[in-house]
Design a protein around this ligand. Structure first.
Ligand SMILES: [Fe+2]
Length: 197
């Protein structure tokens, strides 16, 4: 790849653009930077969307680093669980099997993300607070103004049991649930106000 204007224009997603610019800055005139050149903290805001693959000769590539955005991945757990329950209601064993299969994979890799979050921030309370604050912001968006939640009326159910298996603490899940409840009440109030106007 050349550091031309064309390639940079082709990068549409802001995370891709940021990573590509960082990559180009590191490599300079070289084909690629050294692995040791990469400083994760320099790209901390996009780490959740980043992975590093190592390729040795003709062997299969190996994942050396895989970012996990716990808010996004947690939403996937909720959606797969909701879809699996829907398949049960519909009596569709194939859909149920597919959703259950994806859910098992989801829970496993989110658990890895949860473990890493706790390990990497073990002795850095400030860093942990910032990571959880970021997560809270994204979770608040992914509640879709109360469309996700624990109530009967929620189209996407907060999958408490599978989230616990994936390493979310009860406090974390309670927080998303409370936030969703408040957001739903707010959305309903806005709707009622619009109707009575
Ligand atoms: Fe995932």
């Amino acid at each position: 790849m050349h550091q031309g204007k064309t390639e940079r224009q082709e990068m549409k997603h802001p995370s891709n653009r940021e990573l590509f610019e960082y990559w180009n800055m590191l490599r300079g005139e070289r084909l690629a930077p050294e692995r040791a050149d990469i400083e994760p903290s320099a790209i901390r805001t996009i780490l959740g969307d980043t992975f590093v693959l190592e390729r040795d000769g003709w062997k299969d590539p190996v994942f050396r680093l895989a970012g996990v955005n716990r808010a996004l991945e947690g939403l996937a757990i909720d959606v797969f669980t909701t879809m699996r329950d829907f398949a049960d209601q519909m009596g569709d064993p194939i859909l149920r099997f597919c959703e259950d299969w994806m859910l098992a994979d989801e829970v496993t890799h989110v658990k890895m993300g949860s473990n890493w979050l706790r390990q990497l921030t073990e002795s850095d309370a400030d860093r942990r607070a910032r990571a959880l604050e970021f997560q809270r912001t994204v979770d608040s968006l992914f509640n879709f103004r109360g469309l996700r939640g624990e109530g009967e009326e929620s189209s996407i159910k907060l999958a408490r049991r599978f989230r616990e298996m994936a390493g979310f603490s009860t406090e974390e899940i309670d927080e998303i649930s409370d936030m969703a409840k408040a957001q739903r009440a707010e959305a309903m109030a806005a709707k009622a106000a619009a109707v009575s106007r």
